[in-house]
Ligand binder design. Structure first.
Ligand code: 13P
Length: 257
């Protein structure tokens, strides 16, 4: 198996203004020890208006936390009122951009084609996509979880080159587990993360599949992170609600203590 540095990312969604964002990162850094950052990547994804403030803090305090964004537009510039482009994010030292979060798919009409175009924009500007996939409860109950996730992967990754595929992070986030307190069992998470890896193998070959980091997301908490991270195909977590508490997110990051 290739080296897959675990990656723990906090997706703040539409929470915290820029002053609160600074405080949250300062408190997080206070709770973490140098060892906690060793051998894994820690990422925070604040709302757009806080990116600059958080970037400045991370740089001035030399914090080993990477900056992430929650989405971007597929075009580099243009008449797209309200949107933010990939090159703008790259200029802010954004390293990761979430693409295809289920909330964007469900509430903002993002299809696999849209996600695919965004993903390519992210890669074109030297950042790494965190591609989200996951089934709804209805789809799971109909026994279609793997099929849905495979279809999302194929659509979202169409035309992605082998070179770019090597920089990909995939987050398996079952929609029914997001913000519900209902985490997938570690067996379910493993089964679907393994299916994601299998499909990456079909699309890009075994070497890429074996080296791609796959996160689990959906009600990740300090109490369940260890078991999830213990699964062979789970290489990290994409954390929503619990990343808004500096104590909880620090406990999640420090899960090896
Ligand atoms: P919760 O951790 O709040 O369930 O959210 C998960 C998520 O959507 C992360 O992107």
């Amino acid at each position: 198996m290739s080296d897959r540095t675990p990656i723990i990312a906090g997706n703040w969604k539409m929470h915290r203004d820029h002053l609160e964002a600074i405080q949250l990162v300062q408190k997080l850094a206070y709770h973490l020890q140098a060892d906690d950052y060793e051998g894994q990547e820690v990422v925070v994804c604040p709302p757009f208006v806080s990116l600059r403030s958080v970037q400045t803090l991370l740089q001035s305090d030399k914090l080993p936390i990477a900056l992430g964004a929650q989405t971007c537009h597929a075009e580099d510039e243009g008449a797209f009122t309200g949107e933010t482009s990939a090159p703008m994010l790259a200029r802010l030292d954004v390293k990761y951009v979430i693409a295809g979060h289920s909330e964007r798919r469900a509430l903002f009409g993002e299809t696999d084609d849209v996600v695919n175009a965004k993903l390519k924009a992210i890669q074109r500007h030297g950042m790494r996509p965190i591609l989200c996939v996951g089934e709804t409860l209805e789809e799971r109950e109909a026994g279609r979880a793997v099929e849905v996730v495979v279809e999302q992967l194929r659509g979202s990754l169409a035309g992605v080159t082998l070179k770019d595929a090597a920089d990909l992070v995939v987050a398996y986030e079952p929609v029914w587990a997001i913000g519900t307190g209902r985490t997938a069992t570690s067996d379910d998470a493993q089964e679907l993360c393994s299916a994601v890896r299998g499909e990456l193998g079909e699309l890009f070959g075994q070497a890429i599949a074996a080296g791609t980091r796959i996160q689990y997301g959906g009600s990740v908490k300090p109490g369940n992170i260890r078991e999830l991270m213990g699964q062979p195909d789970v290489d990290g977590a994409l954390v929503g609600g619990a990343s808004l508490s500096s104590e909880d997110f620090a406990l999640i990051v420090a899960h090896r203590r």
